[in-house]
Design a protein. Structure first.
Length: 191
């Protein structure tokens, strides 16, 4: 938003480095990763996660659906406010609209970010829960990387989207913790 992004002097070198490092097999990996943040994958995944959550937590299911529905509007509003052009040059896929924030990354966070919470409803096993967090984080980071690799986003676009996601989940976690404390449903040490 500031001076048309000209202060982000690291964006061009990082994008150029990604383009220079391309190989056919990494291009294929980036295309596959990018698809995991596309509407065709994200929408059914979010519906599946909400359906699985609904069996054990109606509140989590509702939250997943609200985020799924609200995310495109938040993305559109931010794109309209920031109004940042996409990188020009060697794109491997078409990108439409403004560059910031990355819609694929926001969609990935808004969907895959709920995977650990849904799995936690079904298992108390620490190993399974940790593995799920690693898988979700890996998917989100891979999708973020792919958008720069494919030449449709600046690095700051995906970093900004990741920051928005971390902030949103942090606020949601704080809100949930506050509600649990008010209800007295937090287990206390020694109980």
């Amino acid at each position: 938003m500031v001076d048309g992004g000209r202060l982000l002097i690291w964006d061009r070198p990082l994008t150029d480095a990604a383009v220079a490092a391309r190989t056919p097999w990494l291009n294929d990996v980036a295309l596959a990763a990018s698809r995991l943040g596309s509407w065709a994958v994200i929408f059914p995944a979010a519906v599946l996660l909400a359906s699985l959550a609904a069996v054990r937590s109606r509140a989590l299911a509702q939250l997943i659906l609200v985020v799924m529905v609200a995310r495109p509007g938040v993305e559109w509003l931010l794109k309209l406010i920031v109004h940042r052009p996409r990188p020009t040059g060697a794109r491997l896929v078409a990108g439409t609209g403004f560059s910031y924030p990355s819609g694929h990354v926001l969609a990935a966070i808004a969907t895959w970010g709920f995977l650990p919470a849904v799995v936690a409803l079904y298992t108390q096993r620490d190993a399974a829960r940790t593995a799920t967090r690693v898988v979700a984080a890996g998917l989100i980071v891979a999708i973020a990387w792919s958008r720069v690799w494919l030449g449709v986003h600046w690095t700051s676009d995906v970093v900004g989207s990741l920051a928005i996601g971390v902030l949103a989940f942090g606020l949601a976690g704080s809100w949930e913790l506050t509600l649990r404390v008010r209800r007295g449903s937090l287990s206390r040490p020694g109980r």
